[in-house]
Design a binder for this molecule. Structure first.
Ligand code: ADP
Ligand code: UDP
Length: 240
């Protein structure tokens, strides 16, 4: 379906052109990074687990009427997606306080956020993905008002669909990051949904099962991602 070099290679995924200009192959690599790429590692099986989890979650969202770029899983680590013109913003929904929200506002980790809250970050590694607001987005042309309204609405809708899915598996969806982009005049959900871009805690113990295990050197990173897959009923191939 694709040949040669990726057209884009980021910190965790690579994108390849296909014979169809509207489609790309997204490869989930084992590379992981944190703190703006200052901390990097290769974690065996991570790409495969994230590819399977992303496929499962994107398919659930599509079935519930959320337009997404996901077409189908192609192999253990690759999926076919629609090529998007990305909106350069990250949409974060938070159900519990964690991470940068705690550092920024002095809120204790784990505090239930009622109602869930929403934040926008500019995708710009050189500026360390700064927090921005909707006025910045309009003024600087990153997204217009109707697009922002749609991204907020879709983000909360994703939260309404995924939170119960995780809760039924004994998991708390603490927060997550979404990216959107344009395909044929339609705004659709892009990028990935995996424990690399979400915080997911065990509901009973509060144990972190997401990328914070890598950020905080807690060990058992991919094992925790596999635990999430098992709890959600996502079958993974056995280790080679
Ligand atoms: P980063 O670019 O932050 O290092 P990744 O390694 O995850 O992150 O690379 C994936 C890149 O692909 C991101 O920049 C993301 O915005 C972009 N992207 C995600 N989905 C699509 C898509 N369907 N079409 C084009 N670009 C996409
Ligand atoms: N996130 C992400 N990519 C980023 C920044 C954040 O996927 O570039 C995710 C992160 O994994 C978490 C949520 O967005 O699930 C909120 O992250 P936060 O703002 O708390 O930042 P962090 O603590 O990771 O610096």
């Amino acid at each position: 379906m694709h040949k040669g070099e990726p057209v884009y290679s980021g910190k965790a995924k690579s994108l390849y052109a296909t014979d169809d200009p509207r489609l790309m192959v997204m490869e989930f690599r084992d590379d992981t990074s944190a703190f703006d790429g200052q901390k990097v590692a290769r974690l065996a099986r991570k790409g495969m687990v994230n590819n399977y989890l992303n496929a499962f979650l994107m398919e659930r969202l599509a079935a519930a009427g959320i337009p997404t770029h996901f077409v189908r899983r192609l192999s253990a680590t690759r999926s076919l997606v629609k090529r998007l013109a990305m909106v350069p913003l990250e949409c974060v929904v938070r159900n519990r306080a964690a991470g940068s929200l705690c550092r920024r506002l002095g809120v204790e980790e784990g505090r239930v956020l009622s109602p869930p809250t929403f934040e926008l970050f500019l995708k710009n590694d050189a500026l360390h993905d700064p927090l921005v607001n909707e006025y910045h987005a309009v003024t600087f042309g990153w997204a217009d008002r109707p697009t922002l309204a749609r991204m907020v609405e879709q983000s909360f809708r994703v939260n309404e669909l995924l939170s119960p899915l995780f809760a039924d598996a004994g998991l708390v969806l603490v927060d997550f990051k979404l990216e959107f982009g344009w395909a044929d005049g339609e705004l659709v959900l892009g990028d990935e949904l995996s424990p690399d871009g979400c915080r997911i805690w065990d509901a009973a113990s509060g144990e972190k099962l997401d990328k914070d295990r890598f950020r905080k050197d807690l060990g058992r990173v991919v094992e925790s991602y596999e635990e999430i897959a098992a709890r959600l009923g996502v079958p993974l191939p056995a280790s080679p």
